[in-house]
Ligand binder design. Structure first.
Ligand code: ZN
Length: 112
């Protein structure tokens, strides 16, 4: 799940930001305090918020993936492979069966 540093704008997977501690009340939200690897600022990482962002990202990626034509162009295939692996990784958290099937179908159509 991505996190964006509020200070320098660096965006990366939250695991690349050093974990510092739980932030705020542990009962009311899963958020961590993490350190930006680029500028060292302390950033709050909220699971709920980043899941919301992730849902939008999945929609966009699915739409992009649906529009990719079958092609022998290595650049197109690379792009498809990148989106497929990104979506599969996200869907491990979401377990949406239709999305899983869509990813598999597109993988067959575009990469074999
Ligand atoms: Zn930063």
């Amino acid at each position: 799940m991505d996190i964006t540093c509020h200070k320098c704008g660096h965006t990366a997977d939250h695991l690349e930001f050093t974990y510092l501690c739980k932030n705020g009340c542990p009962a009311c939200g899963e958020s961590d305090l993490r350190r930006c690897p680029r500028c060292g600022a302390e950033c709050v990482f909220s699971r709920a918020e980043s899941l919301e962002n992730e849902e939008q990202q999945m929609e966009e990626l699915s739409r992009t993936l649906a529009a990719i034509p079958r092609s022998n162009d290595p650049a197109v295939r690379d792009e498809a492979r990148r989106i497929i692996s990104r979506l599969s990784e996200m869907n491990r958290r979401w377990n949406i069966p239709q999305l899983g099937e869509f990813i598999m179908a597109r993988q067959r159509e575009l990469l074999f």
